[in-house]
Each structure stands twice: as structure tokens, then as C-alpha cells.
Design a protein around this ligand. Sequence first.
Ligand code: NDP
Length: 251
Amino acid sequence: MPANPERDYQPRPGLLDGRVILVTGAGDGIGRAAALAYAEHGADVVLLGRTEEKLEAVFDDIESRTKTRPVVVPADLLHASEDAVTTLYHAIRREYARLDGILHNAGLLGPRVPIADYPMQDWLDVMQVNVNAAFLLTRGMMPLLEEAPDASIVFTSSGVGRRGRADWGAYAVSKFAVEGLVDVLADELAAAGRIRVNSLNPGATRTAMRAAAYPDEDLATLPCAEDHMPLYLYLMGPDSKGVTGQRFDTS
Ligand code: NDP
């Protein structure tokens, strides 16, 4: 393991050769960058997201740059259900017969208002996308992950999922829930030692979500999603084998 994988990790070509990785929110922002980085390092990537045209564009980029076999799965996680996850499970088993990792990246920001004014429906929607869908997908894919030689589940957190701040509402609470899910799951899976589970806070990143959260900020001053990819590759690839239940931040 590198001394400081958040800063020093250098992924080698072919790091993910032969692996199959599911990325949620793969059409834009950090998820798009991760899907491309995983494919460029050899993985077949299952591109799950809300907007089909964006996923098709990522699919085309991957096809033009790599020899891997991506698939597009248009799905709004607001409506994620046990049945939909079961269908996806069988589709991945049919197409690839394996799954080596999940990057839970899709996220809903929700309104930036105090708890006293927070609308109930927005609360439920943010929890559904950021927590419930990640739980359902993880549980549903578990039989495939258990068959993999060394599987990795990466949950996307946030600074406000480590310390809450005013007006971050359900988004912050959902990220605390994600951190809790990582703790519980990592502990449950530690003894078998086959599946590692970690959380990753990308930090301020030049994306549409960041622009929505900080409309007055100059996005050009922030790192872009591609800058974070060494850490995303480290956690998904075999070099992080044995690393579990930990919280990572991009430096
Ligand atoms: P973006 O908004 O740029 O991208 C999010 C992606 O998730 C989009 O492709 C979006 O789809 C997809 N998505 C959103 N809702 C759903 C849904 N209901 N079903 C399926 N897909 C959905 O966000 P970022 O790339 O900035 O964020 C990625 C992750 O990183 C999130 O979990 C976020 O909380 C976290 N994060 C980001 C930070 C930042 O500064 N950017 C800082 C800390 C954490 P569509 O393209 O259709 O909108």
C-alpha cells in the first residue's frame, strides 16, 4: 500500500483488466470521469444513470478509447426497487458472469435550506437516491461480489457527511447514513476478507452539483474530477486489497 494513497498513488496500465465495475451516476461529473478511468485501466463498466443520452456519450467515449465492453443502464434511482435491482443483477450475470466492484456515486443535493423549512418530499427523495438506492444495489449485487476474487465497494461521502453544517439538510444527513452503512457493512464482511468497503469524500470538485451548491463560486478555481482518479482507481483496484472500513478524502 502506498504511504499516502490519497496523494501518492500511481495506477499502472491494465490495473483493472478483466474486472467488471458498476458505476452509478456515470453520465456526468465525477461518475463520468471514474467510468472512463476504470475503462481506460481495463474494466468493463456498467454505466448506470438517469439521463440516457449522457450515458450513451460516455459509452461512445469508452468505445473509442478502449477495447472494453461497457453497457448502459438508464435508471432513475429515485424509483429504485427490489425488482429493478434483481433484474439488473440477472442482466450483469448474463452479460459478464461477474462483478468486481461498485462505485456508489450518484447523488442528489436537495434544497439548501434550514431543517425548520426543509420540505418532506425533498427529504425523502434525497434519502432515497443517496442512501436507500445504494443499500438496495449493494444488497442485490452481493452474491456476484462474493464470487469475485477481491471485490471493492466504494461509497461517496462528503465533508458534510463527516461534520454537519447549517443548511445542508438531508444531503448531509444522507452522507452520515452512508458513512454508517460503510461501518456496518465493512464490519460484517471483514472476517471473510473478500469484499472491502470504504467511503470516499471527493472534496470540492468542478461539477454541476458543486455549481448548484455554490452558485457564486468560480468553478475554475477547483480541481476537476479527473484530478481525483488515482484515488478512485486505488480503491477499486487490487492494490487496496485488505483496506476496509476506512474514510478517504482526496487531498
Ligand atoms: P453531478 O451532479 O455532476 O453528477 C451526478 C450524477 O449522478 C449525474 O450524472 C446525475 O444524473 C446522477 N444522478 C443524480 N440523481 C440520480 C438519480 N436519481 N438516478 C440516477 N442517477 C442520478 O455530481 P458530482 O459529480 O459533483 O457528484 C458525484 C458524487 O460526489 C455525489 O455523490 C456527491 O454527493 C459527491 N460529492 C461531490 C462534491 C463536489 O464538489 N462535486 C463534493 C463532495 C461530494 P444526470 O446527469 O441525469 O443529472
